[in-house]
Design a protein around this ligand. Structure first.
Ligand code: FE2
Length: 463
């Protein structure tokens, strides 16, 4: 199966650098700065698609809003994988789903190559391109040129692509998962260029985990039973993706890691579910509240990501924006689902509310009655009242992560910026929506000179 959305996975090999000349509407004067985005730019090699969407090579986009308009630039992260496979014109390295051609022996004891394709973060003026299986690559924020691998003096092996920055202190928190004889989760704090390793947490069994929530006192993880078989992968018997196995008989483990690294971490068991992404979370009266795009399991999304370019992206089995209220005193977890249609993904909040009480989340979604297809809507969800406002990019538009950029003091005083692929024209645009009036006509639609393959995450650097 496939659908009109499928064309949006085609690679963009050319590296562009130009001022966008086709803009409908007006960019608000308060929107000034650069939106950096990351995602798989190349999904194909030698006429064949990579085995998994997560195999693609990291391509950074810098979308700069200034007094003259909008400037666009894209550039690949210059990883060894990118260089080697460009030179050879064929697959040279293992990935998340891809294997070296030639069987078990040519794959055994070779790690997945760092394709640096998941997100990008600015910390102390350093632009870091992220991929959760390895260290970041540092880039020049102005030219996007790759400066090199940044492993903080050999401290970092794995470094997740979802760091959270405390808006008051400026501290960046992150984690890495290391699969060895035992699986350890290592939390990190990065502040003023100095990286601190918090005490590693030994997990009871190896799992895959992609994101976490930062609250006032904790790093909070939801470790669903998506088990990893590291030996299968190590011996070359399967890809990393092929070494994943959902065990719904096991609980989801909620792990609370104190930010100060002093108290012992706590595990709380709850019913099995899976998530890639959290919107945010906070602490209130001894409880922890968090919002996530919650999947019943890994089956549907795991298969859709494997089939990406020819998947029908079924809605049944995909995620629902859900609030969890965790009470560590009684080990209880309450769950409440929001009515933001179907296929909820890429939840975002105002970055100034990270770890604090917040009211609004923005999420890509589809109408509730849509059975298949990638997301065509962005919803703004009032997490207090449950009210949902939607912007619809249909019938031909497919939208990625809705990124909230503040332009005023209020929590919803800002612009929601997203990349939209138009399947009718096979073109892409940068679209800005008024966060307070999401359903209205876009504030601006800036059409690019070329299509851009669907991406993942990014960050914003105000001027
Ligand atoms: Fe992610």
């Amino acid at each position: 199966m496939a659908g009109p959305w499928s064309a949006g996975f085609r690679s963009l090999l050319h590296e562009h650098d130009y001022r966008i000349d086709e803009i409908d509407g007006t960019v608000p004067a308060a929107l000034r700065g650069t939106l950096f985005r990351n995602g798989s730019g190349r999904n194909q090699l030698a006429g064949r698609w990579f085995a998994h969407w997560f195999d693609g090579d990291g391509m950074i986009q810098a979308i700069r809003f200034d007094a003259q308009g909008i400037h666009y630039r894209n550039r690949y992260v210059d990883t060894p994988n990118w260089r080697d496979e460009n030179q050879a014109g064929r697959i040279m390295h293992r990935g998340f789903g891809k294997m070296r051609p030639g069987g078990v022996l040519v794959n055994a004891f070779r790690m997945a190559a760092n394709v640096s394709n998941t997100s990008v973060v600015l910390s102390d003026g350093k632009l870091l391109s992220l991929w959760e299986g390895g260290p970041p690559f540092e880039l020049d924020p102005a030219t996007l040129a790759t400066r090199g691998l940044q492993d903080f003096g050999g401290t970092v092996k794995a470094f997740s692509a979802h760091p959270r920055i405390d808006p008051d202190s400026g501290e960046l928190f992150n984690f890495g998962l290391d699969y060895g004889r035992r699986t350890t989760l290592t939390p990190y704090r990065l502040h003023r260029g100095s990286l601190t390793k918090l005490p590693p947490v030994t997990l009871p069994y190896p799992v895959m985990n992609h994101d976490f929530v930062l609250t006032e006192h904790h790093l909070v993880f939801c470790l669903g039973p998506i088990l990893v078989h590291p030996i299968r992968f190590l011996l070359g018997l399967s890809s990393f993706d092929g070494a994943l196995h959902w065990d719904g008989g096991k609980p989801t483990l909620i792990l609370l890691v104190p930010r100060d690294g002093r108290d012992a971490p706590r595990f709380i068991e709850t019913e099995a579910f899976f998530q890639f992404h959290f919107a945010n979370g906070y602490e209130a009266d001894g409880t922890i509240v968090l919002d996530l795009a919650r999947y019943p399991d890994y089956a549907t999304v795991g298969q859709a990501l494997r089939d990406y370019w020819h998947s029908d992206w079924p809605a049944a089995g995909m995620a629902t924006l859900t609030r969890l209220r965790i009470d560590p005193a009684s080990d209880t977890v309450e769950s409440r689902a929001y009515a933001a249609g179907s296929a909820n993904e890429f939840p975002k909040v105002d970055p100034r509310r990270i770890g604090k009480r917040y009211r609004y989340a923005y999420i890509a979604c589809n109408p509730a009655d849509r059975a298949t297809g990638l997301q065509q809507q962005v919803a703004r969800v009032d997490l207090e009242s449950g009210a949902v406002a939607c912007h619809d990019f249909g019938p031909h538009g497919y939208v990625g992560e809705p990124f909230f950029i503040p332009t005023g003091a209020g929590e919803d005083d800002g612009v929601v910026v997203a990349m939209v692929f138009d399947a009718a024209t096979e073109g892409s645009a940068v679209v800005g929506l008024d966060a307070r009036d999401l359903a209205a006509k876009p504030l601006f639609t800036a059409r690019l000179r070329h299509p851009v393959p669907y991406g993942l995450h990014g960050c914003f650097s105000p001027d």
